[in-house]
Design a protein around this ligand. Sequence first.
Ligand code: DCP
Length: 512
Amino acid sequence: MPVAHPEPQDARVIAHIDMDCFYVQVEQRKQPELRGKPAAVIQYNSWKGGALIAVGYEARAFGVKRSMRGDEAKKVCPDIQLIQVPVARDKSDLTLYRDAGSEVVAVLARKGRCERASIDEVYLDITDVATSMLLENPPEVLESVDEEVLKSHILGVNKDDRDQKQMVKEWLCRNDADNHDKLLACGAIIVAKLRKEVLTVTEFTCSAGIAHNKMLAKLASGMHKPAQQTVVPSASINELLASLPVKKMKQLGGKLGASLESDLGVHNVGDLLQFSEEKLQNHYGVNTGTWLWNVARGMSGEEVKGRILPKSQGCGKTFPGPRALRTIESVEHWLGALCEELSDRVESDLKQNKRVAQTLTLHARAYKVDDSESQKKFPSKSCPLRYGSAKLHEDARKLFESALREYMGIYGTDKQAVAGGNNWRIIGLSVAATNILATPQGVTSITKFFSTSNPPSSSSLECDRNIQESISFSTPSVIIQDVRPPRWIWITRWIWIKNWDNQVHQMRRLSI
Ligand code: DCP
């Protein structure tokens, strides 16, 4: 459930950068002959020409949509170039796109606090640089304003037939603007420059939203695409939210949004304005009620977290229709492939970014063959993460078996009862490394720390192994949650977890 964050005292300038048709741009950079041509990236599974996962803007002009399959796209746009996503271990390999996203982040991070929100989205807090610009070189004293800035869309301003660029210039350079708008004007100039730098360094175009908070910046970045930017002055917020369907707002796409519509008759975000904070709290609890009251006014105190590396690493695979997995052996096979990939990624994160992943989580989507009505979800399970693909695989298998027993309502250790039943199907499987912590002094000091408790090692691989062994010596091979064990096991488990926590905590403290 969403929680309200306190509003900051001073105005902030936040940008949300969203890459345009990202996978297509990455492929076009790799194969420049595709530039300017209608193109789309398709999923690994080639049924009916493959599912489209990214559509270039040239193809969109012909009516090609992401919801189409390749065959359908060919019908509406016969010249479309369909590029298959790279494949490794019989599944999509997104490394190319992930690395391309990192290139963009590296450029953006030069200007302000940067939060990587997804493979192709970044939040930037540019308050400091905008404030300095306002003090030293405010827009109203600029002799000329860059063309890219003049192409900005200023919500609530670009409304009549007058020359758009002239109107943008007037808005940016107003003497009588309040401090908030002046800061946003500086933000627009800074972000336009940054977007040009991104284009020069990476060859990718992006779009941006510039506002006083993350929520509004995110809403704005998608309003004018590709390669454009949109500014949200405070005076435009009410009008923007008045016609914004609740489902379009982050965190209102699911049950909460549905309940607002059915229980309170709220269709657009602005409709929330008619409810008092108390009324919203009565319906949705104190935290969510206040959050909703704030959202209706375009208020959000959520900070841009200084995080340019992903919060978690995950890999998954779907098995639609007849490809659904139906035996323990097939699940084990795919868990092996997923764990190999996850292992490569956590190892490389450790080497490159000096970060240690601590929790392994398994998610799956399933259904019961004889019970199509059941809404029961396949439970997600977690345990401490052990480095090395064989260990990851072993633990993921145990997590899966435990989750499957719970899903099927079998509380025992009879493997056959579950595996042999064959009345379940798995249609999606994923493993994720979460709770990834930075080791403050990097690998060198981890090595130093472990070399005091383990024989010195010459290779980084050995170093990783040392880390693993040291983490796992107090770790049970797997801590499986929620399997209704007797009371004494709960107590022992609690002690295990505490021990393990302490161990990691101590490792972190000592490695500073
Ligand atoms: N993606 C995916 N599967 C989806 C949606 C997206 O694999 N169902 C990938 C491909 C996209 C990338 O994530 O290129 C970013 O997704 P976006 O939703 O941001 O869409 P695009 O960047 O492709 O286009 P836009 O310019 O509309 O943002």
